[in-house]
Design a binder for this molecule. Sequence first.
Ligand code: SF4
Length: 230
Amino acid sequence: MTNDNFLKELHNPDMPVPEGMESTVAVTGFNELLSSIYNWGRSNSIWPMAFGLACCAIEMIATASSRFDQARFGMEVLRATPRQADLMLVSGTVTKKMVVPIVRLYNQMAEPKYVLAMGACAIGGGPFKEGYNVVSGIDKFIPVDVYVPGCPPTPQALLYGLMKVQDRIRGQAFGNANSIPWYGKGPSDEVPVPILGPDLIDPRQAFLLRRAAAGEFDAPEPVADSTEEE
Ligand code: SF4
């Protein structure tokens, strides 16, 4: 077979497998082969960000330590910087103050990146749902790939969730911008950083706001958000 014919056959997923070799030969297209090798490497070298918010983080730490041994999945290198991480584990209660740095950290992570919401609090507010200082789920602010329910989830449950992240990576097509936006042209859009909290409207100034609305004088200036960057 000439080189050209060989390459043609290599790209041909309909190429018949010789009799007796069905169990040892996998027929695939070139892009599928490349995707599976590339995704095998990516899914077995995930670098999670060292990042814990509340009690769920204790179970996350247990998962990383020797008994449950997260290192078996190639994920033992917890990074202390978002620039070197591709998985954010949101493990714990997300307060209105904390959601701002979480979104900033997400924006600073390298593409392609993934988010796992661990525990009832990160998924929907948990026991503190609708509390004055807690948001009702991190997925209102950043895209979440895998949810691990529980209060707290066990290390086994978190390991299952991490394996689901691996499955998600393995299902993505190499070079396909629909599968991974990172392959698209130009920089990815940043997630808007939310401004939350009582600083926007001070209820103690409600009577002033009512009078301002009635046109008695200009509305009072809102108090500056202490979480904004200088
Ligand atoms: S889900 Fe339960 S264990 Fe996890 S942070 Fe919330 S209260 Fe704590």
